[in-house]
Design a protein around this ligand. Structure first.
Ligand code: ADP
Ligand code: MG
Length: 433
């Protein structure tokens, strides 16, 4: 028996069924001129399905009949999506030819079982060619890096440079998930990848700020679901880039407000932490293959104590903090070296030489911060010779960690730079010994 729509409020559509109501996460189809598909969010008492109007179709009205489809959102998976841009529902949105109709599909909300006793074997470091990253936050296969910062500090530029450098040198597959950011960035990425002949090993998923919160909250999940297939069925090592993970939280929040949920402490939707956790857990490795991710995290109002920012950061193995204070000094990338950290900077992972250097660099940078205050009061000439030497070394180090990005070349005409790990370590040794 079909159900009947009893209320429509913005994107929330309620349908009452006499019997056999649909399940949560199932699609239902409205018998209207556009056969609108709705996603069941949850069931309410009296066989009422609370549904989301996923495509914001205004032709949905009270009194229309709805039918169960007994399936969820299914996106196309496999080789044929390589080089393509898809939206949250798996439609191609790059203006190129449609995908074949008989293509294999996967329900995005169906999570593959997690392997409990899996642990990553010997850590495998991938070189990014970006000194500050390779030195402070080593890019280790199967791990997660967060790029944290307020608006306009360079999160996207750094992510693009990473895609450019890592996807080029790696034979694996790169995913890019554009979540709620600037609309033109999707097109720019596509052009950059095409120019560098990288489309052949990249899949893109986009729901930018112009899309409704349902699509913005699903896009990271769709991309993760697709990445899982390449990991589990094709046994690939996948690189997963997401810009911006904070927008996922924001979209979930907007939705929650529309559904009239009572927010939790900090003003976020009640299940925000488990929502983030579930998505993060999907971006993991198992015996089939690995997913290595780089996720940007927008910091609202430059307030890093924001609970959502904190929670997403907590899921990362390394956190690169970009700050406005550093950007204002003209330092690019604008990495705040004091706040940037990684749990992977251990002798076992990066080796004794790199580890010992990092300890020494950390000491110098900390000393620099405290000397800066003293110099402001008494001047540099009053420092002891040892302090003055350390101060000069730290200053050189800070400059050494700046670098031109090749993705900026077409904007500023300055060629990009790429450094091997050996070059990076050597450049630091030359300064501090
Ligand atoms: N590494 C960099 N080198 C040169 N310019 C940069 C760099 N990073 C950012 N910029 C400049 O700052 C602007 C904003 O950077 P973007 O990455 O879009 O910021 P975010 O993603 O953090 O909002 C860029 O368009 C560019 O002009
Ligand atoms: Mg950005």
């Amino acid at each position: 028996m079909p159900g009947v729509i009893t209320s429509v409020k913005e994107m929330i559509v309620k349908a009452t069924f006499d019997s056999d109501p649909p399940l949560a996460n199932e699609l239902v189809r409205v018998n209207n001129s556009s056969n609108t598909e709705l996603l069941v969010d949850h069931l309410e008492s009296g066989n009422v399905a609370c549904c989301l109007n996923i495509r914001s179709d205004f032709r949905v009205t009270k009194g229309q009949e709805v039918e169960r489809l007994k399936k969820g959102i299914e996106i196309p998976v496999g080789d044929q999506i390589i080089g393509r841009i898809l939206n949250s529902f798996g439609d191609v949105i790059d203006g190129q030819e449609q995908l074949p109709t008989d293509i294999k599909r996967k329900n995005i909300l169906k999570i593959p079982p997690k392997s409990d006793n899996f642990s990553l074997s010997k850590p495998e470091i991938m070189t990014t060619g970006i000194k500050v990253i390779d030195f402070f936050t080593p890019f280790v296969k199967g791990r997660k890096i967060g790029i944290v910062g307020g608006a306009g500090v360079g999160k996207t530029v750094l992510t693009m440079e990473l895609i450019n450098n890592v996807a080029k040198s790696d034979s694996g597959l790169a995913f890019f998930s554009g979540i709620g950011e600037r609309i033109r960035e999707g097109h720019e990425l596509w052009v950059t990848l095409k120019e560098n002949d990288l489309l052949k090993n990249t899949c893109m998923f986009f729901a930018q700020m112009n899309e409704n919160p349902i699509q913005r909250s699903l896009i990271g999940i769709s991309a993760a679901a697709s990445a899982e297939v390449f990991r589990d069925e094709y046994k690939k090592d996948v690189l997963f880039f997401a810009d911006n993970m904070y927008r996922y939280v924001q979209a979930k929040n907007e939705l929650s407000t529309i559904i009239d949920q009572i927010p939790s402490e900090g003003g976020y939707e009640p299940t925000i932490f488990s929502d983030v956790k579930i998505l993060q857990d999907r971006l993991s490795s198992n015996e089939n293959g690995s997913i290595t991710s780089v996720q940007t995290i927008y910091v609202p109002a430059d307030d890093t104590s924001d609970p959502a920012v904190q929670f997403i950061q907590h899921e990362m193995d390394s956190v690169i903090v970009l700050s406005r204070r550093v950007a204002e000094q003209g330092i690019r990338p604008a990495v705040d070296l004091m706040l940037t950290s990684s749990s992977l900077l251990t002798p076992e992972i990066v080796g004794e030489r790199h580890y010992l250097l990092s300890v020494r660099v950390q000491e110098l940078l900390e000393k620099y911060e405290s000397l800066k205050g003293i110099i402001a009061i008494i001047g540099e000439n009053e420092l002891s010779p040892a302090d003055r030497s350390d101060y000069a070394k730290a200053k050189k180090l800070i400059t050494n960690f700046t670098q031109n990005m090749s993705v900026m070349t077409k904007h500023n005409g300055i060629p990009g730079e790429y450094f091997t790990r050996e070059e990076t370590l050597k450049s630091i040794e030359e300064i501090i010994v």
